[in-house]
Ligand binder design. Sequence first.
Ligand SMILES: *Cc1c(COP(=O)(O)O)cnc(C)c1O
Length: 414
Amino acid sequence: MPVTRIPADATDLLRRQDPELAGVLLGELARQSTTLQLIAAENFTSPAVLAALGSPLANKYAEGYPGARHHGGCEIVDVAERIARDRATALFGAAHANVQPHSGSAAVLAAYAALLRPGDTVLALGLPYGGHLTHGSPANFSGRWFDFVGYRVDPDTGLVDHEQLRTLARAHRPKAIVCGSIAYPRHLDYALFREVADEVGAYLIADAAHPMGLVAGGAAPNPVPYADIVCATTHKVLRGPRGGMLLCGEELAERVDRAVFPFTQGGAQMHTIAAKAVAFGEAATPAFAGYAHQVVANARVLAAGLAREGLAVTTGGTDTHLITADPAPLGVGGREARGLLAAAGIVLDSCALPRADVRGVRLGTAAVTTQGMREQEMAGVAALLAGVLRGRVEARRAREEVRELVTAFPPYPG
Ligand SMILES: *Cc1c(COP(=O)(O)O)cnc(C)c1O
């Protein structure tokens, strides 16, 4: 089986010491290398990012911030965090960056902690329309500690209902408005959100976890000039390690920093912060700008192909890496589609759709574009996916086709 190799002797060492765990690592590498990764939130980090993650920086305790730590021996890791902060602020044109949040959710929690008090009203995209758990789910701290009001996307167009947003803002006078989604395929109108927030005296928090990598590559509008705080993940299109970050102006810098440590987190994970720095460095290159634009070009072709095959593509297409679609016209629901495709080696998510009572499929092109696939491959993927859903291509044959395709585009050429 032509499985590619992780570029580290780490697996060899693990194989000798702990074959059981080594088997898991190699099994996962084989899964990633032999099936098609269309999960919109996933990507393949570079070998350099993996090297930083697997480095001895993982050993260091570093509560606090560079130059003001609660532990000794931080002088070297301080350099890593300063580099990460400087690269993030330069990349996104922000005055201040906090690169410590352990995840996207931790970044959102810190943004709320910086700006809100328990019980405050917050306006965010409703969960059935693509809001994230941290945007007011009753199962999450956000829904428990704040009073969330959900705006919607128009059930027909799939686009954010700006009129309803404005009406809800005027009626509820929220302390903050959150813009950002786990499933919105179009660019958000950050200027409009800013205008609505200003009208009612609310903070604007942009949760740009998904599009931040496109922003870095100049392929999506930048929320930094509009939002009081921008939250993001570093592991989605941005292609860094799993983690989060926060961007803001000078005036909120201290509140944001204190909201991360000591308010919501303890020691920073210096190996991850070093890996974030590596990823920001990569994202500042012309090659990454080319990548980001190719991600969008690929998504557009994939969306058009799915539409041609009869799926109902939300908003009729995409501006980003992300597509959602209703496979119902092909005779299957979103959940069933996910299962059928998984059996065929095509890995994606099911998701909510603008008509909140049905589920669709959500897919993205960040990972396959990192592998080097282009428009031609996306057209083929759309046809194969529809063939599987229609029952015209049986799972076994589809799996073979997928394996052939991904073997030609190994994520980690060995
Ligand atoms: C992915 C995502 C998050 C959370 O990221 P985690 O790292 O999984 O916690 C938060 N908000 C939005 C909009 C996201 O897409």
